[in-house]
Design a protein around this ligand. Structure first.
Ligand code: KG4
Ligand code: ZN
Length: 364
């Protein structure tokens, strides 16, 4: 089975071809192509994504990106198109969805709408050991932590297709906090990877007394998050320490310390709540997904925390290139969604394009 994934929910125009390869031990989801065109260089000058600009850029790139993704296999038949229909920016989503509908109609290819957040979860099953019922039984139930630029949520997944949100951010997402902090410090966009680079060069422990930041909702009994207060704390810290008057080495040292402390504050909250959820729901695995999961410190510190637990638990973390937005994860989510369909529903997929709508606030 060959699945074409299409993703355009935010500022990445992406297409991917995924082969579902059966074997005696189960199936493997193998990437044949994974093309991601990032608009970062366009939005950098604004310090954030401008929706109208993003949509126009998607329009210019979507066909070349899909064409490139299909290049290795021009003669092979595609069995399924999986396209992100939400959540995301409405005008960006529309571009991918309309192209996918047109392809489905013109070539009579079955089409499935995919939730972007579920894509982040299923990124964990790409290019991995064969997926079989017994393999899935060893993984689920699982706690999923999704941390991206637009979302921070914890969910309980009993099995593929059965997901229940147990907590979410009440204001900013963790990625947004990284991005806005970087903007406050005037160090560039997108903030996550830049903050991580500055943080890596800081001696946080030596500076902690001067720069300690809050860990919002760390002790709250629920599984919700809040990151807007952290961003405000950075704003006051920057003002108090007179960043605008600092120059040279002193300025760099200060920025590195703030980056390290902000990153650690976010990581502390994410890890504490995830581990507590895993304990409370007695799950077999923790599954991570979303752009913020590309953060090396988050990955490393969570691994250590999980290793130190008194019981054994699987930790699923996608490779870094599959954490940030891509279409391979959408194709993978397409496979799992397809597996859960009834024969009648599968037979109707070629006409599905008529019904598919863009849903900017879609939940899993
Ligand atoms: O999942 P994603 O690519 O797009 C959304 O669905 O939002 O996530 C983008 C977010 C941005 O906020 C970006 O700053 C953050 O992921 N990010 C990181 C890192 N790489 C990307 N945050 C922390 N550390 C990183 N290395
Ligand atoms: Zn995303």
């Amino acid at each position: 089975m060959l699945i074409l994934g299409i993703e355009s929910s935010c500022d990445e125009t992406a297409a991917s071809l995924l082969r579902v390869k059966p074997s005696k031990r189960g199936i493997t989801l193998k990437i044949l192509s994974n093309i991601v065109w990032s608009q970062t260089s366009i939005h950098r000058q604004y310090g954030g994504i401008v929706p109208e600009v993003a949509a126009r850029a998607h329009i210019g790139k979507i066909l070349p990106v899909i064409k490139e993704a299909l290049e290795p296999l021009s003669n092979l038949k595609i069995d399924l198109i999986a396209v992100t229909n939400g959540p995301g920016l409405v005008t960006s989503l529309l571009v991918g969805v309309e192209v996918a509908k047109t392809l489905s109609y013109a070539r009579r290819i079955p089409l499935l709408p995919i939730n972007h957040l579920s894509g982040h979860i299923y990124a964990n099953f790409i290019d991995k050991s064969p997926i079989s019922p017994s393999h899935l039984q060893n993984i689920f139930p699982a706690i999923c932590l999704i941390v991206s630029g637009g979302h921070t949520e914890l969910g309980l997944m009993k099995k593929p297709g059965q997901y229940k949100k147990i907590g979410q951010t009440r204001d900013d997402a963790a990625g947004e906090c990284f991005d806005k902090t970087a903007k406050l410090l005037d160090i560039g966009y997108p903030g996550g990877p830049i903050i991580a680079r500055y943080a890596a060069k800081s001696d946080r422990k030596a500076e902690i007394r001067n720069f300690e930041l809050p860990r919002p909702m760390l002790k709250s009994k629920d599984f919700d998050f809040s990151f807007s207060g952290l961003k405000t704390a950075v704003l006051y810290l920057v003002k108090r320490q007179k960043l605008s008057q600092k120059i040279g080495k002193e300025k760099t040292k200060f920025i590195r310390a703030v980056c390290a402390e902000t990153q650690q504050a976010i990581i502390d909250v994410l890890i504490a709540k995830t581990i507590r959820a895993a304990r409370q729901f007695k799950v077999k695995s923790i599954i991570l997904g979303g752009g913020v999961v590309a953060n090396s410190q988050l990955r490393k510190q969570l691994e250590i925390n999980v290793y130190n637990l008194p019981f054994q638990i699987n930790l699923l973390i996608p490779p870094k290139n599959l954490c940030t937005d891509n279409a391979a994860m959408i194709a993978a989510a397409g496979y799992f969604k397809y597996q859960n369909l009834k024969t009648k529903e599968i037979n109707n997929l070629t006409n599905n394009w008529r019904k598919i709508k863009v849903k900017p606030n879609l939940e899993i």
